[in-house]
Design a protein around this ligand. Sequence first.
Ligand code: TRP
Length: 443
Amino acid sequence: MNKETLTWVGKWTFILAAAGSAVGLGNIWGFPYKAGTNGGGAFVLIYLGCILIIGLPIMISEIMLGKRYRGSPVSTMKDAATESASSSNWQAIGWGGLIAGVVILSFYSVLAGICLNYIFISLGLEGEIDSIAKFQQVTSSPLQLLLWHTIFILITAWIIAAGVISGIERMVKLLMPMLFILMIIMVVNAFINGNFSQAFSFLFSPDFSAVTANTYLSAMGQAFFSLSLGMGAIMCYGAYMSPDQEIYESSAIVAGLDTLIAMLAGLAIFPIIFAYGVEPNSGPGLVFISLLSIFADLPFGNIIGGLFFLLLSIAALSSSISLLEPSVAFFAEKNILSRPIASSMLAGIAWFIGLGSLLSFNVWSEYTFIGSRNFLDSMDLLANQFLLPLGGLFVAIFAGWKLNPSIAKAELGGSEFVFRLWQFFIRFISPVLVFGIFIFQFI
Ligand code: TRP
């Protein structure tokens, strides 16, 4: 396939695909539980700040580089460095991205598999259940986790094997409207069955007394992850963007949709958490344990619960394909492997690494890898605390300082003022903040 001519059909396809990448487990599972454990409003405010002043400028840079050089992150960075007479070592950003994608996919698929499994668990709910015991039962069985992890990664690999247009484009056009409708149903449910006003003030009235330095680190990590930044996923999708599409506007819509869905997820979950007198700070078990016990009690809770976990699974699928695409694009553009073979092989590697994460719920729960962390938490740390912030930092430094400004100006178009604004943020604000927060985690 000729990579130069491969282009999404219409302006909205890029937006849907990039929003599909951004909106995922991070928004609907991660954001609510982190907001819950970090005290609500203040975390939300810091998160919004990170999206705006760190995330958006980097997203614009990734899309711009992809759109101009039209390749996998490795060749995009290489061509970009060549055209600006910089060292070809900048392609390391691309390599880091391919690795981060496969590493994230490995545990993302295990978690998404649990969501798939929960669709059926919810549909089968009858009366009161012990949701803690249920979660333990699900996670203590390596075979059950393996089944759903395998199913999820097979679907991901199958979509990527089918190609950018008949795979990714077709799926996001189907999945994203479904996701939006399901989200609205969940918020309406929370409005009817929950304590909406308490949830609203929890999420939107900041209490800075609960804020620690860790809150900033967690909010920035969350913003990066949620926008799919730092590993070339958005760069890779940008490579299929039509050359005449506006970058600022598209980036703002994608970041806006991502933020909107995270907020709606909070408004779908916290009203019923509060109405049932459950504490909001239960951590990662918030949806699998706290919510499940409420679904068991709610009128038509089995259907609402089933739809909720379907929503989560759909969001996860439109994200997981963007984790696999960059590395498959790399092998396909070099004609080293065909798309179906590259897709099977790389998904196979992610599947295999995922076994470690799957076992860390049970057989390996006592084994520690990095520090006192089990395998899953170590992979999460490696990706979210190292690879993504570093990837984002170097993209910012490259786009701000190394790329010839006239190239950036030509690609970005728009007014001089907006260009200067982007340039100011990408040179001075985003990299300094990312670096500061990154270093801070070690002291
Ligand atoms: N953004 C997705 C989420 O919120 C996850 C994701 C998809 C991702 N592609 C990515 C994260 C690339 C980092 C980099 O769940």
